[in-house]
Design a binder for this molecule. Structure first.
Ligand SMILES: *Cc1c(COP(=O)(O)O)cnc(C)c1O
Length: 452
């Protein structure tokens, strides 16, 4: 990594400046490269599938801003919509037409969603959905799954020790035990644990929130029938089911994960949350669902929720144009690009004898660097957070840095999906394919020595 200090000198200089004025030098922790080491790249501009950093280095982007840039960076139509909106003012603090159009687009795509409210981040969406569920049911407890991320909401920043249902300890300092104490954390894909928790606490549980198909511990799709079990058990106990589609929404399919797996026997989730793709790279997110539940929000009902910049005219213009641009051809292209890259990654890792598992949710995928001797390496499937944590982090870090040095920017964490976009053309894809064998070799050379 000694030549890195010369080739990324400008990024290193900016990081030094940032460290003086911003904790860890970043405004969202994973950007700091703590999990993989090295210097995070400060990006100067992005176009289509390419990022250019402040040292002039170019990377094929497999982060896509963690999902939103599904059409590629600075897409001409989105750019035109943003410029047009900006020329007519930045924020009104009154209703405006694009808010209606964006809500209509979401309602048209996701069949069970009758009404939505727009907010500015996925965190706000899940926080508001949980508050609404508590207001609607008059109950306080929330059930979530270990390894599912729903933004940095106090009550949802908790995961369990392994195994059975636990009343969670906060996963972050600054979250009062009282907030996390209302949260029950369960292992994902475990119907027995689910039934047991509801048998014990069912009449205190306001809602169960789940990622529609988890992507924040890497891609861990629900086992067949698991989502339906969530619906059955929550309904039997009068709790709401919240499907967090902030990551999967409008990415896994035009209607998100629901479009792939729904409709469900026993009914749809009561509430959904959206973000990422629906903002097109701007701060726009939403929660929505059954009209009779949504009707409890202010100004109609007693559950308060508001936002100065909610439905911002520039963000809604970008989001609306992005969603309208997500045509069947776009989803076909995502599929082709994702499968080409995933197949090549898997082949390269196999050729170097690096144990791994590739998992899918529509065209969303991740590569788990599971270790030999861990359950996933033996069964070929990562089913929950404990499985995901059995990864060989040194092997992933070496792989990540070799890809970065070859001009491919993966998410700097082993627990993330690899995000592709429709602008990943054949040139960008072959650039990725060329980088893979060398990265697989680096992974092979840096495998952790496993004990047992
Ligand atoms: C990203 C994400 C969030 C949080 O969204 P922010 O806009 O970062 O606040 C919530 N839930 C899921 C499933 C996510 O992937």
């Amino acid at each position: 990594m000694s030549d890195e200090t010369t080739s990324v000198a400008e990024s290193a200089r900016l990081l030094d400046r940032a460290l003086a004025v911003t904790p860890g030098g970043v405004n969202s922790p994973v950007r700091a490269f703590r999990a993989v080491g090295g210097t995070p790249r400060f990006i100067r501009e992005a176009k289509g599938p390419w990022l250019t950093d402040v040292d002039g280095l170019r990377y094929v982007d497999l982060i896509a801003s963690w999902g939103p840039m599904i059409l590629g960076h600075a897409h001409p139509k989105v750019m035109a919509a943003v410029q047009d909106a900006a020329s007519r003012g930045f924020s009104f603090g009154t209703p405006s037409e694009n808010e209606v159009a964006l809500a209509e687009e979401i309602v048209a795509r996701v069949e069970p969603v009758e009404q939505v409210r727009l907010v500015s981040s996925g965190t706000e969406a899940t926080m508001s959905a949980v508050r609404l569920a508590r207001g609607f049911t008059g109950r306080s407890k929330v059930v979530k799954f270990a390894g599912c991320y729903h933004g940095h909401v106090d009550a949802l920043l908790a995961h369990a020790g392994s195994g059975v249902a636990t009343f969670a300890l906060p996963d972050s300092a600054g979250v009062p035990t009282s907030a996390a104490g209302e949260t029950i954390v369960l292992p994902y894909n475990d119907v027995d644990a689910l039934e047991k928790a509801f048998a014990e606490h069912g009449d205190e549980i306001a809602c169960l929130i789940t990622e529609a198909s988890p992507g924040n511990m890497g891609v861990v799709p629900p086992a067949p029938g698991f989502t339906e079990a969530l619906r059955r058990v929550t309904a039997a106990h009068g709790a709401l089911l919240i499907s967090d589609e902030v990551m999967t929404g409008f990415r896994c399919s035009r209607s998100g994960w629901y479009g792939l797996e729904g409709p469900y026997e026993g009914g749809a989730p009561d509430l959904f949350t959206f973000g990422k793709v629906m903002g097109g790279g701007f701060p726009a997110a939403a929660f929505g669902g059954r009209a009779d539940v949504m009707g409890n929000l202010a100004p109609l009902g007693p559950v308060y929720q508001a936002g100065t910049l909610s439905g911002n005219p520039i963000a809604t213009a970008a989001g609306l144009t992005t969603l309208r641009g997500c045509t069947p051809e776009v989803y076909e292209r995502l599929d082709v690009v994702a499968h080409t890259i995933a197949d090549a990654a898997s082949a390269a890792l196999s050729a170097e004898g690096v144990p791994h598992v590739v998992q899918w949710a529509g065209s969303m995928f991740s590569v788990f660097f599971v270790s030999e001797g861990s359950r996933p390496a033996q069964t070929g499937a990562v089913r929950d957070y404990d499985d995901a944590r059995a990864q060989d982090i040194p092997a992933f870090s070496a792989f990540f840095h070799a890809m970065l040095d070859a001009g491919v920017h993966l998410p700097p964490s082993a627990y993330e999906a690899w995000f592709v976009g429709a602008s990943h053309d054949d040139d960008a894809v072959s650039h990725v394919l060329e980088a893979l064998p060398g990265a697989a070799r680096a992974a092979s050379e840096n495998r952790a020595r496993m004990t047992g």
